[in-house]
Design a protein around this ligand. Structure first.
Ligand code: ADP
Ligand code: ADP
Ligand code: ZN
Length: 214
């Protein structure tokens, strides 16, 4: 099963994508995580990506498309995958479609996790991320057992630089301008499904599984 997660920054795409990846035993591919790993390792890609990410802007399509296309061609993606945070622009979606068509494949579902803008700043300012394993928590809604420490791997959690309120507003604008048009794009392709992302994490998960199949 090939799934795309759509939704505003902070809508819960990553949270749901991880749970779905476990359930369906397919890889979770997050472009944000890939960029952050590159920044941490000091690669050329990381240096370039950071300039945009720090400003709340999208990393240019040229740096993003090939990366994902190469990734979905890997052996572990044969039975499907969950794309989280990609595509984020119409050209990225077109580039993915072109590659999939060439491979004789297609996306099965684009899951739009709907959360109104009013809830987003709260979600982001409370988000705590583990740079070591990629897990995310929320200080109020999804707390860790020990404050500031990752439940999964025991490392320290951080507040991402780009989750500070100034940058979040910018990212929301970028979302509305460049990413939201993908909802219409995937509706036209007949693969769009929507869930209410304001519900509790497990309710959102059950709603998605209900649609995708057990
Ligand atoms: P969130 O989960 O809050 O939406 P991500 O971790 O997906 O954030 O992305 C963090 C940042 O990485 C984005 O603000 C953007 O700068 C960059 N990024 C991630 N995915 C893409 C993409 N597909 N195209 C361009 N930039 C991206
Ligand atoms: P995205 O990948 O879309 O940017 P995340 O999955 O990182 O979003 O979630 C953003 C923040 O909201 C995190 O702090 C996460 O723990 C929290 N969160 C995710 N899903 C829910 C939910 N259903 N209810 C409340 N908080 C949530
Ligand atoms: Zn961790």
């Amino acid at each position: 099963m090939k799934i795309i997660m759509l939704g505003a920054p902070g809508a819960g795409k990553g949270t749901q994508a991880k749970m779905l990846a476990d359930k369906y035993a397919i890889p979770h591919i997050s472009t944000g995580d890939i960029f952050r790993a590159n920044i941490k390792n000091g690669t050329e890609l990381g240096k370039k990506a950071k300039e945009y990410m720090d400003q709340g802007l999208l990393v240019p399509d040229e740096l993003t498309c090939d990366l994902v296309v190469d990734r979905v061609k890997q052996e572990d993606c044969k039975n499907g995958y969950i794309l989280d945070g990609f595509p984020r622009t119409i050209p990225q979606a077109e580039c993915l479609d072109a590659a999939l068509t060439e491979m004789g494949e297609k996306i099965d579902f684009a899951v739009n996790v709907e959360v109104p803008d009013e809830n987003i700043v709260n979600r982001m300012s409370g988000r705590r991320a583990c740079v070591a394993c990629g897990a995310t928590y929320h200080i109020v809604h999804i707390p860790t057992k020990v404050e500031g420490i990752c439940d999964r791997c025991g490392k320290e959690l951080i507040l991402r630089d780009d989750d500070k309120p100034e940058t979040v507003t910018k990212r929301l604008n970028v979302y509305h301008e460049q990413t939201q048009p993908l909802i219409e794009y995937y509706t036209k392709k007949g693969v769009l499904v929507e869930v209410d992302g304001t519900k509790d994490m497990n309710d959102v998960f059950n709603a998605i599984v209900e649609i995708l199949g057990k």
